[in-house]
Every structure is written in C-alpha cells, then in structure tokens.
Design a protein around this ligand. Structure first.
Ligand code: GLC
Length: 689
C-alpha cells in the first residue's frame, strides 16, 4: 500500500480518527468486551466512529468479521480497522502467568506461550496483543508482578525478546501471527509503596541501567507497538513526556512503530494536574509522540483546533497516522481486512489438545520447590489428605485470562481423582500422616488495580497449618499465587513448600505430576519472597550501602531492629528431587582481556533432574554504586550423572551506566559468583585488563 498517497487523500478528520481506539460497542451496542479501565468517553463526536483507527477487545472471529465489514461499508477510503486485545499468557488456552513462566529460567517457554496465543487469537480475529509487559518488578505489594518476568533486568530482556519473537514470527503477513506491543514505557513497576498507578520517582541512570534494557530488547526484536505507562517520569506523566518518547524511544532506541496510550492515559494528564482540559491533554500527548489515544476523546475533540492554533504541528499528526497505517500495511490488512479470522478453525483449533499439551509442558517447568524436609516429596503413594481452599478450585488461571474457560481447568482434586477433606478437625483426626494443603490467592487478588498491603496467607489458613503441624501431621503447602507472598508465619510449620503460581488451563495436572514425582520440579524464583511486607521493595540485586549489616558489626548499620534484611526466599532459589552439586569451577584465566571461559562441573547422585547454573558479578569499585550481585549468565541443564556448563565472560558483560549515563566497563577487580541460587555461590575475583 502506498501510505503517503493514501494520506494525501485523507481529510484532517480522517487523520485524527485514525489516532483513536474505541471498544466495539461504539459500532454495535450488542458487542460485549472486557472493560480494562474506567469509561471516560462522553458525547463522543459520532463523525469519528467510522473513522476510528482501531477497536480494543473484539471477542471472536464472527464479531471481528462483522465489525470490519460494517466499518468498511461506511469508511470513505476503505481503511481497515486494526483489532487489539490483551493476550498476555494465552488467549483461550491459558498458560502460566508471565512471572511463573520466568521462574522456568527458560525463555523458550515464553516463545511457545506467545506462538500458541498468537495462533488462537489470530483465528479469533485479533491482530495485535498488548504484550509482553516488560516492566521490572521489585515490590511484592504491586498487583501486576504476575504479569512481569521478575526483578532481574537481564532475565527481563531475554523473556521480552522471546515473547515478541513468539507473537510476531518472521513476518506479520504470515499465518497466525500477532503484532506485539511492549509495555509500559517506562518504569511502571516502580510505583511508590507498591500502590497501583502511583507516582514513580527514579533517576535517569537507574532507568537506563535496570528498566530500559528490556523495552529495548523488545524493540530490537521487532515489536510493532509501545504502550505508554500511567506513571510519571521526571514528574511528567509518561504519556505527555517528550523526553521519554521522542528523545529516548524514537531517537535513541530507533523505534519506528506505533505508540499507543494506556487506557485513558491521555485524558489523565488532567488528573495529574499537568493539563487543564482535553485540549491541553491532547496537545501534550501528541507533541510528546503518542500516536494513538485509547478510549478517551482528547484527540477527536481538540486536535483539529490545536493544529489550527499552531499548538500542534500538522507534521506530528501526519507522523502518527503514518505509523498507524504502516502497521496496518505490515499486517496485510489492506489486502485482507479479515486477516486470519476464521469461525470454522476457531471451533477446531482453539483449546485443542495440542495447545493444552503445550501449556502443560511449559507449566511443568514453572513451579518452585522451596522446602522439602526429609524429602517428604515426591509423595510415595496416594495415602495423603488433600485439603485447603484451592484443593478443588478451578480458579487457577490468574489475571488477564478473560477468554480462558475455568470450566476447562483440571483442579488438583480432579488430577488426583481424590475427595477433598474440607473440615480441618476431620483432617486432624484422619489416619493419614501427610496433608497436602493448597492455599494462596484468588485470581482477582493480583493483576491490574490489585495492590495489597497484606501479602500473607489468610489467617484461617495459617491457623489450620499450625494446628495440623501441632497435631503431628506432615504438611505440604502448595501455594497458588500471582505475586510473591509473605510466608514467615507458616514456613516453620510446613515440611514442604511448592510455589505453584497460577499455572493456567492445565494447572491441576501439573501440580499433581510434581507432587507425585512424575515431573521433577525445576523452577527458580525470579522475584524475592519477603519475610515481612515491611521490607518491600526487596530485591536480590541491591547495594551494600556505606554501613552494611554483618554478623561482626551489628550497630549503626543498615538493618531493621525487628526483621532480618534478606528475603525469606531469594532470587534464583529452587529445589528439585535430584541431588545435583557443583563439584569444580575452572577459569581459563583470572585476567579478562577479550574473553574468559569458565567451566562448571556438576554431578548428580539422585534421579535425573534439571538445575539452573547462575553466574553473577559484583563490581568492587566503580564510578557509581553497583549491586552486590548482578545476574550476567545462566544455563538450564539436565543432569543425569554429570555435566559441564561453560560460560564465556566478556568485558561488555561488565559494562554499566556511569554518572554520565555512558554504558562502559572499568578496568579493575570484579567478583564472579557462581551457584545454583543467588544466595549460595562460590566467589572468585578476576581482573579486567
Ligand atoms: C490496562 C492496562 C494495559 C492494557 C490496557 C488495555 O489499563 O494497563 O496493560 O493493555 O489497559 O486493556
């Protein structure tokens, strides 16, 4: 399609119309869709309805075809709509939440989830997904942790890249691909106090060091869209922040796709008190480089006047429209406005066994075993009691699973084909010694707009677990959770702890397979589990401070007087049913010139299993403070008897943003730490030459 030629035929209203996204009910009030934000559109100018650029949340192939056909009948230049939706960890076949998938330390799992999601969603009529979420998460109180790939920037870049590649494939004109939208630019995970939509106050250096790399990885992987964050950066709402979108995203990161606001974020400049009205909100957002406005009417009510007044340059509007029409062209919508929407295929492909198997395979690698006293797991037989609020619950899909069908979810009780003992007194008086207690969070206790100040288990579950232990039972706690939770009040009363997350459609089967040993757990935490919510935000890649707490010095040091500093369970932690150890670590040199090889020798005295060998660095003296540990490499390796994992270290891996915001490495000493968890490492010192 000759976009420039098409634009030369467009009126200013038609151009402005392309820059707004609506829900389907504006075209057909019988269309239902998931509202994912407050409804702020009143007296919307009807002339923009059949000039709008996009619809959000079209539900199925039939609706997609009907809406597109109705729109094209009425659109003068026959410019097709682009349909977008939140396909975050599955469309109808639900995969584990992204935080769970990151716990596999296997980016291939993200790619599989994205590929299956893209195929299902494209057949259901969708063209673009608002995923991956590449925000770095560090505060367990925040509801959207479940949507992230955890607290480490390196891991976050790898998973973001994998999701984008999985969604988009090699060519968006190819069968069953989805355009991908990296979000939320930028730094949304830093909301103060873990409170949703709260202010973010962060240095440019921290943004560049910890937050920008993942968004950049998504853009370098070819992401078609970037979504603005609700929060402020440098005291300016992201959606109105031209440093963020023009200087950084466009000029530095070379992003040439579409920028879309988050739901209502253009209008919210008024709430942020940086705009008096829709006119000023429209001017600030368009001048900042926000191409498309999601579900508010600042652009349609004000942009024409703003351009006539010279407050917005026509060039800005033309750039926005060019980005939007180019994306539609990339998707092949001008040739085929219906793309892959297919009602017949929808019935045969959506939720097919192949996709459920793919979800199960990914889920097998996500649960994290954090405690297993006297190897109580795997369960030797069926002689155990199954109880707890989630033992027979199908609420295992997690947030952002609006097309998932909970009736299709296998519960844990189903998977064991076992009756759940509900009455705690009956459990206590039962003859079985072992109790599997399944507790945690409902899907609507995390996700967007679900921050919490209390991230512990419900008191009834804590009391039940304590009573069971005191009555002489062996207690296996299975946690169903979206976010990290505080478990200090129960962990000493559990013989085993399996963090099972929200694993999606196949959750029950996977949990049963792990508890019985059919699957050997291999997950590792990618987000710290605090001892107490008062420690939040808490993360492994923290700094030493000028007064580090230590066993030797206990006063006038950086510590709490009522809680340890470290997490209850830390980044990279996770057990398995094997007995894998690191026996030897060999460096080919301790001086790093061009590159250095490190060999890690592993052996296994137990059943075959998978470990994640992790390599961290600590820059002992730098231009700015450096974290005590930074993950720079890892390898997931299956070990039957013995294996050797080899890492290659380069100077580039040691680079960081200095006080001038230049990304450089220093010469000098760096500690290299290698282990199977961030808090159990062997440390070596090398010299960067
Ligand atoms: C929501 C979320 C964003 C989502 C969008 C559309 O408010 O912040 O992640 O993609 O609205 O549903």
């Amino acid at each position: 399609m000759d976009i420039k030629k098409l634009m030369s035929q467009m009126t200013i209203e038609e151009k402005i119309g392309q820059c707004v996204q609506l829900i389907p009910s504006f075209l057909d009030e019988n269309q239902k869709c998931e509202l994912t934000g407050p409804f702020h559109i009143s007296n919307f100018d009807e002339k923009y309805i059949y000039n709008c650029g996009s619809l959000i949340g079209v539900s199925d192939a039939k609706s997609a075809r009907e809406l597109q056909a109705k729109y094209l009948e009425r659109n003068r230049l026959k410019i097709p709509l682009i349909f977008m939706a939140d396909v975050v960890h599955g469309s109808s076949t639900i995969f584990p939440t992204p935080l769970a998938i990151s716990s596999s330390f296997n980016p291939e799992n993200a790619k599989v989830c994205a590929k299956v999601s893209a195929k299902e969603s494209a057949i259901q009529g969708n063209h673009l997904t608002f995923a991956p979420m590449s925000d770095l998460a560090r505060d367990a109180r925040w509801g959207r942790n479940m949507e992230t790939s955890g607290e480490d920037p390196y891991l976050n870049t790898l998973f973001t890249k994998a999701y984008v590649e999985g969604f988009q494939g090699d060519d968006l004109k190819d069968e069953h691909t989805l355009a991908s939208c990296v979000k939320h630019f930028a730094g949304y995970g830093l909301v103060q106090a873990g409170r949703e939509y709260n202010t973010v106050d962060v240095s440019e250096r921290f943004l560049r060091e910890y937050h920008f790399p993942a968004y950049k990885a998504g853009i370098d992987a070819g992401a078609s869209m970037v979504m603005t964050a609700f929060n402020t950066i440098n005291s300016i709402p992201a959606t109105a922040n031209s440093w963020l979108f023009r200087d950084v995203l466009r000029d530095e990161m070379k992003f040439d796709g579409v920028v879309i606001s988050d739901w209502g974020a253009v209008l919210e400049a008024i709430n942020h008190q940086v705009a008096e009205d829709r006119y000023e909100a429209a001017v600030k957002a368009m001048n900042a480089g926000c191409d498309m406005e999601m579900m508010t009417s600042c652009y349609t009510s004000s942009l024409r006047l703003a351009i006539e007044n010279g407050d917005v340059d026509m060039k800005c509007l033309d750039e926005a429209v060019y980005h939007i029409l180019s994306l539609k062209d990339k998707l092949g919508l001008f040739e085929n406005p219906y793309r892959f929407a297919d009602e017949g295929l929808e019935k045969s492909v959506v939720m097919c066994d192949e996709f459920k198997e793919a979800s199960r395979h990914v889920a097998n690698e996500c649960p994290v075993l954090l405690k297993n006293e006297d190897k109580i797991l795997p369960l030797e037989n069926d002689d155990f009691v199954l109880t707890g609020p989630f033992a027979d619950s199908n609420d295992l899909l997690g947030p952002w699973s609006w097309k998932g069908d909970v009736s299709q979810v296998t519960t844990i009780a189903d998977a064991f084909d076992k009756k759940v003992m509900k009455d705690i007194n009956e459990v206590m008086s039962s003859s079985q010694e072992t109790v599997v207690y399944v507790a945690g969070e409902k899907s609507d206790e995390s996700g967007e707009a679900h921050s919490k100040v209390d991230i512990s288990l419900p008191e009834i579950d804590v009391q039940n677990i304590i009573q069971l232990k005191e009555s002489g039972k062996k207690v296996v706690l299975v946690l169903i959770n979206g976010r990290p939770m505080t478990l200090s009040n129960v962990i000493d009363h559990c013989d085993a702890l399996l963090v099972a997350w929200q694993l999606g459609t196949m959750a029950g089967n996977v949990i049963a397979d792990i508890l019985t040993g059919k699957v050997n757990p291999s997950g590792k935490l990618t987000m710290s589990f605090p001892r107490h919510v008062g420690q939040c935000p808490i993360f492994y890649n923290d700094y030493q401070t000028g007064r580090p707490a230590s066993k030797a010095v206990d006063h006038y040091v950086s510590k709490y007087i009522d809680c340890e500093n470290d997490a209850l369970f830390g980044f990279g932690e996770g057990l398995n049913y094997s007995h894998i150890t690191i026996d030897k670590i060999e460096f080919d040199s301790f001086e790093l010139n061009d590159e250095m090889k490190v060999k890690v020798h592993l052996s296994n005295k137990g059943v075959t299993g998978t470990e994640v060998v992790q390599l961290y660095i600590n820059d002992l003296s730098a231009d700015v403070i450096r974290p005590l540990k930074e993950l720079k490499a890892f390898e997931r390796v299956m070990v039957q008897d013995s294996e050797i994992v080899e890492f290659t270290l380069t100077k580039e891996m040691m680079a960081y943003y200095n006080h001038k915001n230049e990304c450089k490495y220093d010469k000098g000493k760096v500690e290299i730490m290698i282990g199977l968890s961030s808090n159990e490492v062997q440390t070596f010192t090398i010299e960067i030459k």
